[in-house]
Design a protein around this ligand. Structure first.
Ligand code: FAD
Length: 416
């Protein structure tokens, strides 16, 4: 059976759901297909941070060499699984090119503008009171135990300030005023006041419900197997539950986007980067503001009656196995940086795959090869931050309106 639809969104993570929401708000007939349940990919158990402060792209000087130095450390926060995979080799080469100072600096205003626009949309969604997803804007506090890491973070804070992103250096006393339960070994903190946080799965499910109320149709348990084309267009999308004939297609399948794109000859260089989170019942010493435990690169986010620790970045392909030593390293970091973290009441251990692009910028836009296919993927470590702005931009594009951000650096085929 073949069914007609205006816009078909592939993938029910934060990016697909936000796209469906904004498309439906504009009156498009939108269908979203998701092979599992809504929010069953990397949008579920992440750290829930909305972070303009993360506007330095992941591809930055020193990141790759640090990853290579950590190769033999079983509990390092960044790890590349050694393997003979040509896609990975090519991706690492592009990553290295993008990590030079000049391209890295060009990426900062792009991510800053997207993050700020997204934060504004989040504020609007929270203020209207229609959705309640634990949105709080209390900033984000990095805490340090070593002078060397503090110096590196201060250099990054200076760089971000050049681009208008403010932060404050706090001595031990002021860190304690903001967060009384930090460990005595903490020597300083850097506070980014504009950052915010939320409960990610609650946000995605509430947006999905709002999209449905606006007319979007959600089909879960429906996997896209391939797309079929004719001339310059995608004409048919073959799924496990029948074929669809959309006018336009939005590919928002996170780390699985390359597989779907390959069926129409498109090469989308996204590498899955596994991360873990450990969610516990909030102890009495739960932080008031979201923290970055800098030495371990672990985020600690208060989420209502829960507290979530998230971290590690493993380039190991589409592998969702759990590496327990890395999970334990996250909990050790919690004990090393915060008081009262010895006896934690576990709620959930989770892992997810961040869709990483070689230059740390997402792919958002229409493809040149197929003019009714849009990509909304590759949101790397900041997909929650950028969900609403991506959805809104996709809806502008689908409606044929002028797009409100400069998308030239986010071009889907920029690596071809
Ligand atoms: C530990 C960790 C912490 C993080 N913390 C943060 C944070 O604090 N702030 C932040 O901004 N970001 C954070 N991120 C990154 C963020 O989670 C991702 O960037 C974001 O979730 C990507 O969303 P997505 O919709 O592109 O992908 P996903 O959420 O993975 O969704 C893709 C969906 O597509 C579906 N799909 C795949 N193939 C098909 C197919 N063929 N047919 C139909 N459906 C398909 C999948 O089932 C999946 O549900 C974190 C990630 C991790 C792992």
């Amino acid at each position: 059976m073949t069914e007609k639809t205006d816009v078909l969104v592939i993938g029910g993570g934060v990016i697909g759901v936000c796209s469906a929401y904004f498309l439906a708000q504009r009156g498009c007939a939108v269908t979203l297909v998701e092979r599992g349940e809504v929010c069953s990919g990397s949008s579920y158990g992440n750290s829930g941070l909305i972070v303009p402060s993360h506007s330095v792209p992941l591809a930055a000087p020193g990141v790759l060499s640090q990853g290579l130095r950590w190769l033999l450390d079983p509990v390092s926060p960044f790890y590349i699984k050694p393997r003979l995979d040509l896609d990975l080799v090519r991706w690492l080469w592009w990553f290295q090119q993008a990590s030079r100072v000049a391209p890295m600096r060009k990426g900062i205003p792009v991510l800053r503008d997207l993050s700020n626009a997204s934060l504004e949309l989040y504020r609007g969604l929270a203020d209207r009171g229609e959705l309640e997803f634990g949105f709080r804007q209390k900033g984000w506090l990095q805490i340090f135990r070593s002078e060397s890491l503090l110096a590196k973070a201060l250099a990054e804070a200076r760089l971000l300030r050049e681009f208008g992103l403010e932060s404050t250096l706090l001595d031990t006393e002021r860190v304690r005023e903001m967060e009384p339960n930090v460990h005595p070994s903490i020597i300083a903190g850097i506070h980014y006041p504009d950052d915010a946080h939320l409960i990610p799965h609650r946000f995605v499910h509430q947006m999905a419900a709002a999209a449905r109320r606006a007319g979007a149709v959600f089909r879960t348990g429906t996997e896209v197997l391939e797309m079929k084309t004719s001339r310059t267009r995608v004409t048919r999308v073959v799924t496990t539950r029948g074929d669809l004939r959309p006018e336009q297609v939005v590919l928002a399948a996170g780390s699985w986007s390359p597989r779907v794109a390959r069926t129409v000859g498109l090469d989308v260089p996204v590498q899955p980067a596994k991360g873990y989170s450990v969610t516990v019942k909030a102890p009495a010493t739960t932080p008031r503001v979201p923290l970055m435990l800098a030495e371990a690169k672990v985020a600690a986010t208060p989420m209502g009656d829960k507290l979530r620790f998230g971290g590690t970045l493993e380039l190991a392909g589409l592998d969702l196995s759990v590496n327990l030593p890395r999970v334990r390293a996250i909990l050790r970091a919690a004990r090393d940086h915060l008081a009262g973290m010895k006896e934690l009441d576990l709620h959930e251990i989770w892992r997810g795959l961040r869709p990483l692009t070689p230059d740390g910028l997402p792919f958002i836009g229409r493809t040149r090869k197929w003019n009714n296919l849009m990509l909304a993927t590759g949101h790397s470590t900041i997909g929650i931050s950028l969900g609403p702005v991506t959805g809104s931009l996709i809806s502008e594009m689908a409606a044929g309106e002028a797009v409100s951000q400069d998308l030239s650096r986010l071009e889907p085929e920029r690596f071809q």
